[in-house]
Design a protein around this ligand. Structure first.
Ligand code: USQ
Length: 382
């Protein structure tokens, strides 16, 4: 398969590139380093320095004999998107090329505008590049569980059948996101659905929950191949943050009441899900949607889990609720359906004590690099 990965420098993009290349696919990645730029601007660099894409691709090739072709370019520029899609003639496009931080998107006008323009322009350009140069390609797009928000009913996998005044129809499941970043993904889904039903594009939209972890088969070959692991308030997801806080002797930062429930998954399972989606493409004119998570936890449950395992390793982990900087429900119903990917063959790596302990071990080895100024939330949208 010829695979084009948009946003190949990211926490998920780079491990995905290695995973597909290791499986023998012909992989091209493209990225403009936007996340690195924002990380520098906001003093939110990753825990371990990450070599450039070109350097990482060279290290990967030396270790595995597998090639990953690298391009640097801004996909919000239509010419760059058109060129890369035309030149690579992909069977599958995997689209991660979005500003992924909810707090960043809520920081102020420049950050909101940058998020809005980047995310919508890249998706729009990708759609048009497919229409013009690769109409039969299958797009695997990373959406987010945050598109749905926290409704008081079960969250279906993308679609809902509604009976209304004696008639019935099938609709996109209602969306009510809690940040501008998450809202850009709602808009992406609507845009994709329009072009799918109008021009017959083939798209799979993966509604993914917060991801944790830093280990994959290929990332473990060499520290330089690790995904960029963030623990700051801008790019760090909650589990990764709690692990670093536990190691740095900082009380785990539970926002507010801690009853916020989300659907989590291990980085290894993101790779499995994306591979399954690519191997089972949508038909022409079909928008497939899957809820990409393996288990749900409240923030309090996550903190307790990290504390239990950390204490067992002699860390003396404290937990402290701090005022919630986000506008979100702290107690709510949460029951997302997530059987689609399991039925396709996903074998989850659950967040066992051993998995938490292994992640803590890796972070303990990098303890000296933790910058404690990056822990407390610096953006509030209340
Ligand atoms: N939280 C805390 N303490 C912290 C950090 C977060 O209690 O120190 C809470 C948040 O308030 C929230 C939950 O943990 O209720 C999850 O927060 P998060 O920062 O891990 O996740 P989020 O901002 O929603 O975004 C992350 C990724 C995003 C992805 C999303 C999936 O950054 O790209 O789309 O997870 S989901 O959350 O399902 O929408």
């Amino acid at each position: 398969m010829k695979v084009l990965i948009l946003g190949g420098d990211g926490y998920l993009g780079w491990p995905t590139a290695m995973d597909f290349a290791a499986a023998g696919h012909d992989v091209t990645v493209i990225d403009n380093y936007l996340r690195r730029i924002i990380a520098e601007e906001t003093d939110s660099e990753a825990l371990l320095p990450t070599p450039t894409l070109t350097q990482r691709a060279a290290i990967f090739a030396a270790l595995t004999g597998k090639k990953i072709t690298v391009r640097i370019g801004d996909l919000a520029d239509p010419d760059i998107m058109m060129d890369v899609v035309r030149d690579t003639a992909p069977d599958t496009i995997i689209h991660y090329a979005e500003q992924p931080s909810a707090p960043y998107s809520m920081r102020g006008f420049p950050e909101a505008r940058r998020t809005f323009k980047n995310n919508l322009d890249v998706t729009f350009n990708c759609i048009w590049a497919m229409l013009e140069h690769a109409p039969k390609a299958h797009l695997v797009k990373l959406g987010t569980m945050g598109e749905y928000g926290t409704p008081n009913i079960d969250i279906e996998e993308g679609w809902i059948d509604i009976d209304h005044k004696g008639r019935s129809g099938r609709f996109l499941f209602p969306r009510a996101a809690g940040s501008l970043y998450h809202t850009t993904k709602v808009l992406d889904t609507d845009l994709l659905w329009f072009y799918v039903r109008t021009y017959g594009l083939r798209v799979t939209d993966l509604m993914q929950g917060p991801v944790y972890g830093l280990s994959t088969d290929q990332a473990d070959l060499d520290p330089a191949l690790s995904p960029n692991f963030h623990y700051d308030d801008i790019f760090g997801t909650v589990v990764n943050r709690f692990l670093v806080q536990a190691v740095a002797d900082i009380p785990l930062t539970v926002y507010g009441g801690g009853g916020q429930t989300r659907g989590y998954l291990n980085l290894r399972d993101t790779l499995q899900c994306v591979r399954l989606a690519a191997d089972n493409p949508a038909d022409e004119g079909e928008l497939k949607i899957f809820n990409q998570l393996t288990e749900t936890f409240t923030v309090n449950e996550l903190a307790d889990k990290v504390k239990k395992v950390g204490d067992g390793m002699g860390l003396n982990v404290q937990i402290k609720s701090i005022p919630n900087p986000r506008k979100e429900l702290e107690e709510h119903y949460y029951n997302p359906v997530h059987t689609g990917l399991i039925e396709m063959g996903l074998e989850p790596h659950y967040m066992t004590d051993d998995v938490v302990a292994a992640m803590l071990e890796r972070i303990i080895a990098a303890k000296g690099k933790i910058d404690t100024n990056r822990i407390m939330p610096r953006v509030s949208w209340k």
